[in-house]
Design a protein around this ligand. Sequence first.
Ligand code: 3SL
Length: 244
Amino acid sequence: MKLFVYHTPESTPTDLLPDCAVVIDVLRATTTIATALDAGAEAVQAFSNIEELKRQSNSWSADKRLLAGERGGEMVKGFDMGNSPLACTPKVVKNKRLFLTTTNGTRALQRVEQVPQVITAAQINRQAAVNYLLETQPETVWMVGSGWQGDYSVEDTACAGAIAQSILQQSDVSKLKLFGNDEVIGAIALYAQWQDNLLNLFRLCSHGQRLLKLDGDEDLRYCSQTDILDVLPIQKEPGVLVKR
Ligand code: 3SL
């Protein structure tokens, strides 16, 4: 297995695809996706475009769908919920399909939707992603951070580092064989520096600051926990994620 880290969807190569893509948006889309599926949502269908989401969700029975998403961190007007993982309780999401649109995470998913294996990861389900990669051994893996409107987001790269570090610890693969680009080395170093202090990192980083202004400290606390859910979201058709 060769791992590649890309800080943003825009920085992924355009002339080739890997065997597997791991989409990461710790704050907060992939944390929300993992939480919703763990709480019994039937699926999460991701859209970068709000109008397309409305069009496709209309063909779904009203009692089996939830319109979820944000722009600039705030709930889209007229939707059932925003993008907070804390809203994804079994009472709210069980047996429902979440039609989800977010500023960056759903764009990252769209960028890799043609990749044969697509999974999503966050800090809360990091080990489930590691287990999947160790079990399926894809030859090439892109870990794609969602970033913020084309710019780097440190929390996504830290999570990519957490996954890479865990793969190194749980297999006998050498660093030379595993590392596909220099970003992997940087991501592991970043995670090593902050792994015992992720909440502080999240409170410091630009998107964390944005969420704090929207009263999001509880979300930051939740998103900063490691391996609390044993759930792996996997793409079953382009844009549709289900529990593996
Ligand atoms: O950009 C995204 O995809 C979101 O996760 C951003 S937010 O945390 O909901 O503001």
